[in-house]
Design a protein around this ligand. Structure first.
Ligand SMILES: NC(=O)c1ccc[n+]([C@@H]2O[C@H](COP(=O)([O-])OP(=O)(O)OC[C@H]3O[C@@H](n4cnc5c(N)ncnc54)[C@H](OP(=O)(O)O)[C@@H]3O)[C@@H](O)[C@H]2O)c1
Length: 408
């Protein structure tokens, strides 16, 4: 890489406001050609915008009213030496050495193998160590190339470019990376906005440029919670929380960056393992630790088993990677069918583990004030999912049984 380009990348990394203040310096001298020119142009446009705030913004930040992540002016000396090799088939493979000398694999695929050739039909999952990402990796097997937050920071356009590598038509990126600490977001808006809104915009710009397909995961929190019937994708949004507002801004950034991306809203996701920190896992733990547990009756939604959602997203990935996809460019809703309150769900968990459900006591949201308001009603209609010729997710009650007793 020549010095002017390295300088441009350094300046852009310094000013790009990465939440993790991470900058990777490439030592590769490979002929990257046109993609590097595109990346440099994108980064220089961003640099210009950041130094001249009135200039057009390439990353939608200004349009969404998003401030720069806190601490962006600090440049942390987290230099990573990157070693790249070009394999015989032209696929780029890479590994990284961190400052601690530990080798970090660039990708985690279902079978542990590295992949990266453009248009090979691969499914790249960002935020793969999270709840949904883990299920996609497990269920997608060798089709999935997973990237943890340490391997791809979606708030850093250099990281997006480097970690996603060569993509092309037929490849699919499923963005599971998100700032999901709903209450913390109320007091940490800039980080939530960077991860939930700005990062997805970078991913969308990358998939649009490469011809790959993007599936972006969003949430029922984009709705105000005042509905009394299942919500359709086109119903008016109106988030009541910072988390919901940043996720809605992320939808808009994705749509602006890649009009053919598919946005999938889901809700009340759980894995259900006995030691998991999700609602079902928490109820299982509290059942073991306490005589009674009080749970709210006045919030209604659709509990969604992450395994079922992952299966649905893999089916969707197969569709959007082909020509004439009905789902491309759409907003879809994907949850297990039916609905209940958190109280109903807690009682059902007790039943599943053989405990007395009367140990779950009813209460109201007013008794349990939280920093972020929760939607009172956020049942998502699955009609658009079916119109897109995708298999409906089963009823939430059957899914809960499966999740608690082994996952199938
Ligand atoms: N869980 C729910 O009930 C629910 C409901 C509706 C919608 N959703 C949506 O579903 C999607 C998946 O949620 P989930 O439950 O799997 O969340 P999760 O378990 O919190 O996982 C989120 C993942 O994103 C990663 N991440 C955070 N910041 C990142 C960054 N800057 N770059 C790359 N990765 C980053 C996290 O890595 P680190 O841990 O290393 O930071 C984590 O692995 C999200 O879009 C979420 O908004 C979830």
């Amino acid at each position: 890489m020549d010095d002017p380009l390295r300088g441009a990348l350094l300046l852009c990394a310094v000013y790009s406001g990465c939440t993790r203040q991470r900058f990777r310096s490439s030592t590769s001298h490979t002929a990257l050609g046109a993609p590097v020119v595109e990346l440099t142009a994108m980064l220089l446009a961003k640099l210009r915008h950041l130094m001249q705030p009135d200039a057009p913004c390439p990353s939608h930040r200004q349009a969404m009213g998003i401030g720069r992540p806190s601490g962006q002016d600090e440049v942390k000396a987290d230099m990573i030496v990157r070693m790249q090799t070009i394999s015989g088939d032209g696929a780029e493979r890479s590994s990284t050495l961190g400052g601690d000398g530990a080798e970090r694999s660039s990708t985690i695929s279902g079978d542990g193998a590295e992949r990266g050739s453009a248009g090979s039909g691969s499914i790249v999952v960002t935020g793969v160590a999270g709840q949904l990402g883990t299920q996609l990796r497990v269920r997608g097997g060798s089709r999935v190339r997973g990237l943890t937050s340490a391997q791809l920071d979606i708030t850093d356009p250099v990281s997006v470019y480097e970690a996603l590598g060569k993509l092309g038509p037929g490849d699919v990126v499923i963005n599971c990376a998100a700032y999901t600490a709903v209450d913390n977001a109320e007091s940490d808006r800039s980080t939530a906005a960077a991860v939930n809104a700005e990062g997805p915009g970078y991913l969308a710009e990358h998939t649009a440029r490469t011809g790959a397909s993007l599936i972006h995961i969003s949430t029922d929190y984009v709705f105000p919670g005042s509905s009394s019937r299942p919500l359709e994708p086109g119903d008016p949004t109106g988030p009541d929380s910072v988390y919901g507002a940043t996720k809605l801004a992320g939808e808009q950034a994705v749509r602006a960056g890649d009009p053919s991306a598919t946005i999938v809203r889901t809700a009340w996701v759980y894995t259900g393992a006995a030691n998991s920190a999700d609602f079902v896992g928490t109820m299982r733990r509290l059942e073991r630790e306490r005589d009674t547990v009080s749970v709210v009756t006045d919030q209604v939604g659709s509990p969604t088993y992450s395994g079922d959602l992952a299966d649905g997203l893999l089916e969707l990935a197969g569709q959007v990677s082909g020509p004439d996809s009905v789902a491309a460019g759409q907003i879809l809703h994907a949850t297990n069918a039916g609905s209940c309150s958190w109280f109903d769900l807690a009682q059902a968990v007790f039943v599943e583990v053989g405990a007395d459900p009367s140990r779950v006591l009813p209460t109201t949201s007013a008794e349990f004030p939280r920093p972020a308001p929760r939607p009172a009603y956020s049942v998502l209609s699955g009609r658009a999912w079916q119109v897109a010729e995708l298999t409906p997710l089963r009823d939430w009650r059957a899914a809960l049984t499966a999740a608690v007793h082994g996952g199938e």
